[in-house]
Ligand binder design. Structure first.
Ligand SMILES: NC(=O)c1ccc[n+]([C@@H]2O[C@H](COP(=O)([O-])OP(=O)(O)OC[C@H]3O[C@@H](n4cnc5c(N)ncnc54)[C@H](O)[C@@H]3O)[C@@H](O)[C@H]2O)c1
Ligand SMILES: [Zn+2]
Length: 346
């Protein structure tokens, strides 16, 4: 079973996102007669060598610490050594780190070559590989250098998620809950009606959740490819998540997003936008999936980390807040109210 979701790009062409049992048909998506160079990480290569070894490859180290310009330079140099020209096709094969880096390399090497992705983490399938944002971190700040450029195709095969550690799988679910809260109440309802194990064990349920999350992202990206407005809604929970990630190394990105989403619901409630009962339902869903709901960082430290956010605007930060399930708004919130707003009532 497979479903193709076409994401329309600004230039009128489309990026094909294919969800389902598709890894075996990878060659059908690659341009005929072109030289294919795979960019992957060491973990993914160990697991998928039989597929990857059909092509030339560049293997990078795994983990966020490698999402840097040093890795970019290594890749560019390797491509030059391999005498890769503008006719080559780059295939990012991995999680969000690999797709963010491979997308940037493909967009910049020789001023741009064609590219596609096999997304191998849940987070990459529902979020990172979709929509064309790519880039690297600089000086500890996330995604400071990058471009908007969508791949020709993205293959999202849930079978590859079987090798994913449970914790990484759960982290991806946080981005799906986020998509439901932003724009798809029926998707959020899946989480109110199922447990964590249901998503890892029930194939059709997982497929539905992945496809729904991709459709939410598709709609938003099509409306605002370059993040002039609407696309900022995808950052629900993320301003807090980035502050949490800066303050504590304990969490995976998706875990920080889960805590950030609960925080965003609480702040929305305190600002009178969201009903308290609904904020509680959101917290319950996230807690029941097995996420931490408290960063273990003081409100003061979190508020300070928010103040240091590179995307701040003067004395305020634009937060994505909730008015309901599937209904969010972007509001500027002054830093001097932040510590009080994020605090949990005793
Ligand atoms: N571009 C975007 O729009 C966007 C959106 C969301 C997140 N991101 C970025 O995505 C990154 C996080 O992505 P991620 O969570 O996929 O991290 P990741 O790429 O580091 O993958 C997580 C871990 O799982 C391993 N792995 C990957 N696939 C596997 C598989 N099938 N089986 C077993 N192990 C596997 C990886 O080697 C890694 O150790 C962050 O840098 C974040 O900024 C980008
Ligand atoms: Zn995220």
């Amino acid at each position: 079973m497979k479903e193709t979701i076409a994401v329309r790009k600004g230039d009128g062409s489309t990026s094909q996102v294919v969800v389902g049992d598709v890894l075996g048909t990878l060659p059908d998506y690659l341009p005929a007669g072109k030289r294919v160079i795979v960019i992957t990480d060491a973990n993914v290569y160990d697991l998928y060598a039989p597929v990857i070894d059909r092509y030339e490859k560049i293997v990078i180290g795994q983990g966020e610490g490698n999402k840097t310009h040093a890795t970019l330079l290594e890749i560019y140099e390797r491509l030059l050594e391999m005498e890769a020209d503008r006719g080559c096709f780059i295939l990012g094969f991995g999680g969000g780190i690999v797709t963010d880096i491979a997308g940037f390399v493909a967009t910049t090497y020789m001023r741009g070559v064609r590219f596609g992705f096999v997304a191998t983490t849940l987070l990459a399938q529902v979020d990172a590989s979709i929509g064309g944002k790519n880039g690297v971190n600089v000086g500890g700040y996330k995604n400071m250098v990058g471009t908007f450029s969508q791949p020709g195709f993205v293959l999202c095969d849930p079978n590859v998620l079987r090798t994913l550690p449970k914790r990484e799988f759960r982290a991806g679910l946080a981005e799906i809950v986020k998509a439901g809260l932003i724009a798809d109440p029926a998707l959020f309802a899946l989480f109110e009606n199922h447990f964590f194990e249901d998503f890892s064990e029930d194939g059709p349920l997982l497929l539905e959740a992945i496809a729904r999350a991709i459709r939410v992202k598709k709609q938003i990206v099509e409306a605002d490819e370059r993040e002039a407005g609407e696309r900022r809604k995808l950052n629900l929970g993320h301003t807090f998540a980035h502050a949490i990630e800066k303050s504590s190394r304990r969490f995976l990105h998706g875990e920080a997003v889960a805590i950030g989403t609960v925080t965003a619901a609480r702040v929305s409630c305190k600002l009178g936008l969201l009903d308290a009962a609904l904020a509680e339902r959101i917290r319950t869903v996230i807690e029941r999936m097995g996420f931490p709901v408290d960063a273990g960082v003081s409100d003061y430290r979190l508020a300070e980390a928010l103040r240091l956010d590179k995307k701040k605007e003067g004395d305020e930060v634009a937060l994505v807040l909730l008015r309901g399930v599937g209904d969010c708004v972007i509001r500027p919130v002054p830093f001097d109210q932040m510590e009080t707003l994020i605090a949990e009532e005793e």
